[in-house]
Write a protein that binds this ligand. Structure first.
Ligand code: FAD
Length: 406
């Protein structure tokens, strides 16, 4: 395992952050020995299809390897299936569940998120599903039988993607959301209403402002009562209650954590030999430390961590963005979340499309849209370049956004 003289870079975690960190480390230091340790016994795969095409039967998890069709080997990265259980920071080694040790000169942690488990719905309870990895996606897929009654707890992005997949398959689908509206954390009221209407048109019942009071499981199904007095019966339940950062390994090793592994703008943790990236990490945003849970951030953050593990001193400055797919809606957001309320401008688009901007200091600070991919690609550049914009022109769909770049 050890090769004296060669720089050894070890990456823990086979999600996009870990995969891109490993690939980028090898690219930046071709002479280094780069090893990716993943606790899943397969080539690293993309998670976004798990709530979409994998559930509707259009794709299998292995159809989307993160590293491309020839996997990590094509990038000259060693992939090993190993669950890392401890870090020996003095000896510069990671220790796995089977007692194997991997020595490192630089270590990158990319352990991602773990599902937020609700006490009423313990993982492993019969008929109850959480969705984070391919095993859980396969189990859920086989339970999504047309005609069954599905109750989804949580009207966030994952819950609604599962709802769209299940409704498409012909399940009787209900979403229970505790907040007064779906996607309250993600989008403005009008855009949320547009998405909600689309779900209702596909037969999905959305019950918002509902707090679950009582759950009873029996042989034939699950009964749920809410505090407002409503009752629901289901054959299966999917819990989409968000995620939390997977910090256990870093915290046990004495690294600084605070709702995430804390890193600086170079992805360095409180130990200079250890970097961290992706969903599990809190990093310096424009105003304060921030944690993001989306694919693009994981990829870009991983790339910076990988280069810096190989000796660079790059600063992470990607603009955050996310997407979601529900039915024929391609939902996207770009820009930093607001620390304070911002002026909002809505552009009048036709054909069920939507585009809304939030402004700060005369420029666009963030935006979100539905089926407005081309516009949002331009908006990304307007935000990155801090181009001064005129609110009236933004609202007017006859004024091309492209022209504002000049
Ligand atoms: C069902 C689903 C759908 C999604 N859809 C979208 C979408 O449409 N758009 C979007 O922007 N984002 C989406 N996301 C979010 C996106 O996939 C995540 O933000 C991204 O995967 C985070 O990447 P990561 O590498 O930081 O962590 P993860 O992808 O969580 O990967 C971490 C990996 O590390 C492994 N690991 C953890 N601890 C150890 C250890 N000690 N030893 C070895 N291995 C370990 C884990 O098993 C896991 O494979 C979705 C997520 C899910 C679950």
């Amino acid at each position: 395992m050890e090769s004296p003289g060669k720089q050894r870079i070890v990456v823990v975690g086979g999600g996009p952050a870990g995969v891109f960190a490993a690939i980028e480390a090898k690219r930046a230091a071709p002479g280094a020995e780069v090893t990716l340790l993943s606790d899943e016994a397969c080539e690293p795969y993309e998670k976004p299809p798990l709530s979409k095409g994998v559930l509707t039967g259009k794709a299998l998890p292995e159809h989307a390897p993160i590293a491309g069709p020839n996997g990590m080997a094509a990038h000259n990265v060693v992939l090993a299936c190993a669950c890392v259980t401890a870090i020996d920071r003095v000896g510069h080694q990671v220790i796995t569940a089977t007692g194997q040790r991997f020595a490192y000169d630089a270590l990158v942690l990319a352990p991602g998120s773990i599902n937020r488990e609700l006490p009423q719905w313990p993982a492993g309870m019969a008929r109850v599903h959480y969705l984070r990895n391919e095993q859980e996606a396969r189990a859920l897929k086989s339970a999504l039988v047309p005609g069954k009654r599905l109750l989804i707890v949580g009207g966030g992005l994952i819950g609604l993607e599962v709802a769209a997949s299940a409704a498409t398959l012909g399940l009787t689908t209900t979403v229970l959301e505790v907040a007064p509206r779906i996607l309250a954390r993600v989008c403005d009221t009008e855009t949320g209403a547009l998405i909600a209407d689309t779900h209702r048109r596909h037969g999905v019942a959305l019950d918002t402002g509902e707090m679950i009071e009582h759950v009873r499981a029996h042989d034939a199904g699950i009964e749920v009562a809410t505090q407002s007095g409503k009752a629901f019966s289901a054959d299966l339940v999917v819990v989409g209650a968000g995620v939390k950062p997977n910090v256990a390994l870093a915290a046990a090793a004495g690294l600084a954590t605070d709702d995430g592994i804390v890193v600086d703008a170079h992805c360095r943790t409180s130990d200079p030999a250890i970097l961290a990236c992706g969903d599990a990490v809190r990093f310096p945003g424009p105003a304060e430390l921030i944690r993001l849970e989306n694919w693009r951030h994981a990829q870009d953050h991983g790339m910076v961590a990988g280069r810096n593990a190989a000796g660079a001193a790059d600063v992470y400055k990607s603009l955050p963005s996310f997407w979601s797919e529900q039915y024929d809606l391609y939902i996207q957001g770009v820009g930093w979340p607001a620390a304070a309320p911002r002026a909002r401008v809505r552009r009048a688009l036709d054909g069920g499309r939507a585009l809304v901007f939030w402004l700060a200091d005369g420029a666009i600070a963030s935006a979100m849209g539905i089926n407005a991919q081309r516009d949002l690609a331009v908006v990304r550049r307007l935000i990155e370049r801090k181009v001064p914009v005129d609110a009236a022109a933004l609202a007017d769909a006859s004024k091309p956004l492209q022209a504002m770049l000049k």
